[in-house]
Design a protein around this ligand. Structure first.
Ligand code: 13P
Length: 251
């Protein structure tokens, strides 16, 4: 199973700042065996960074796409527009679900569009604190996973990546413990495998939520954690490089 270290920059860094960060990443990130490092800058930096990263081991991804290929969707960006620059796209992030009201059905349409365009979707699932406290963490995540991946043929499932990002751990500095993350991620794999498709056992599962240079190694040691989706710490080149190293060393 390959390891993926993904940096979600969210709505941060203008083009000049993006170039600075990528220059530091290029200087510091070495090629790790069987490992992909992918950064997700804002759209405004994608074409610039694509030139800067040509021939580099660092891949580029987008933070979102619209399900349609083109049309009257003011403010949106389609898979066709990014497919020459981006290998991955983040879909179903809790910020899009909660702040922008994205439904499982809408997210599923984007997942199918990304696969059709040859872009690897990173489907995010995760429960809120209220849902966790009500004992619903696994059922909420499994429901998001099943609905998000609906309609994908088993032979195409290998092109998908899943990220478990508990909402209460995002940007709070309060990461899930590696044991809690492993428990949910292992159960998600097992239950999806039993109910829907065994192919889920072959795709990478990433943990996201307050991953930093100090705690990454403990997540990497868990059996069902194949990488990290990093928010805040991915804006600091040294921290992101250390996280990438830890994700490899911990395996
Ligand atoms: P933080 O690492 O800032 O908690 O964000 C996680 C995240 O949302 C990555 O997609």
């Amino acid at each position: 199973m390959k390891t993926i270290v993904a940096g979600n920059w969210k709505m941060n860094l203008d083009p000049a700042q993006s170039i600075d960060l990528v220059s530091s990443l290029k200087a510091g990130l070495v090629k790790f065996p069987n490992t992909e490092c992918v950064i997700f800058p804002p759209y405004t930096s994608i074409t610039l960074l694509s030139e800067l990263l040509s021939g580099s081991i660092i891949k580029l991804g987008a933070q979102n796409i619209h399900p349609e290929e083109s049309g009257a969707f003011t403010g949106e960006v389609s898979a066709l527009m990014i497919k020459n620059y981006c290998s991955h796209v983040i879909l179903g992030h809790s910020e899009r679900r909660i702040i922008f009201g994205e439904t499982d059905d809408f997210i599923n349409r984007k997942v199918l569009t990304s696969l059709k365009s040859g872009i690897t979707p990173i489907l995010c699932v995760g429960e809120t604190l209220k849902q966790r406290e009500a004992g619903l963490a696994l059922s909420v995540c499994l429901d998001q996973l099943i609905k998000g991946l609906a309609g994908i043929k088993p032979e195409n499932l290998s092109q998908v990546v899943v990220a478990y990002e508990p909402v209460w751990a995002i940007g709070t500095g309060m990461s899930a413990s590696p044991v809690i993350a492993q428990e949910i991620m292992g159960s998600l794999r097992n239950q999806f495998s039993e109910k829907i498709s065994k192919e889920i056992s072959e795709i990478p599962f990433l943990y996201g939520g307050s991953v930093n240079a100090d705690n990454a190694i403990d997540f990497a040691k868990e059996k069902d954690i194949n990488g990290a989706l990093v928010g805040g710490a991915s804006l600091d080149a040294n921290a992101f490089i250390q996280i990438a190293k830890s994700m490899v060393d911990g395996k």
